[in-house]
Design a protein around this ligand. Structure first.
Ligand code: URA
Ligand code: SF4
Length: 207
């Protein structure tokens, strides 16, 4: 982890900016390489994540790992995080003030990591990154550009755990992710990583 990401990590682990800090065991800042090309953003930590302080370590995480392997990637190749870093009680959906309080951390992670592609998993993450009028049903698999970052909305793996047809949709959207990744790497000729990424101004426009 880079020094800046480490500092952000410890800030998140001690954060009390919203109500969600009250019931957490552990905040879950996220994990992955500091220079990951792909970032996954879920809804929020569940019970397993809260207990371990790590993202996507339960059944949804297992499916995410399988989907990554399907396109030749390992879990450790990507950065994984959530729109809120602390578990909402009883796994309820995160509320707007909580998402807003936590959003600067996600923006800072994107600014530091400079991913090429950010996969928004499920409607709360999609709404946070693309605007509230966007849902997984309407926009999954349709990449959208934000500065030099491509946002790829997808269904949440948890939704696909007990629904084989959604699993098929997710597999096909991971195929789109693979194509996007192949395209960005083939265009990465002389552009240095430090020159790529998304500007603070672009990020400020995100909810
Ligand atoms: N679901 C999420 O949205 N995030 C996690 O970290 C785990 C499950
Ligand atoms: Fe802080 Fe985010 Fe946790 Fe709220 S959810 S206490 S803003 S880290």
């Amino acid at each position: 982890m880079s020094r800046e990401l480490e500092i952000l990590d410890s800030e998140i682990r001690t954060c009390t900016k919203c109500e969600l800090h009250k019931n957490r065991k552990n905040a879950v800042p996220g994990e992955g390489p500091a220079d990951a090309k792909i970032m996954f953003v879920g809804e929020g930590p569940g019970q397993n994540e809260d207990e371990q302080g790590r993202p996507f370590v339960g059944a949804a995480g297992k499916l995410l790992t399988e989907l990554l392997e399907l396109i030749g990637l390992k879990r450790s190749d990507v950065f994984i995080t959530n729109i809120v870093k602390c578990r909402p009680p009883n796994n309820r959906a995160p509320r707007k003030p909580e998402i807003q309080a936590c959003n600067p951390y996600l923006k800072e992670q994107i600014r530091l990591i400079k991913p090429k592609i950010v996969c928004a998993l499920g409607t709360p993450a999609i709404g946070t990154l693309l605007g509230e009028d966007h849902s997984a049903t309407k926009v999954h698999g349709k990449p959208a550009s934000k500065g030099s970052v491509t946002i790829l909305p997808m269904y949440h793996p948890a939704a696909a755990l007990y629904d084989a047809s959604l699993r098929e949709v997710l597999r096909s959207d991971f195929g789109i992710l693979k194509k996007l990744l192949d395209n960005t790497t083939s265009h990465e000729t002389s552009t240095k990583k430090s020159e790529a990424g998304v500007s603070r101004e672009t990020l400020e426009k995100w909810v």
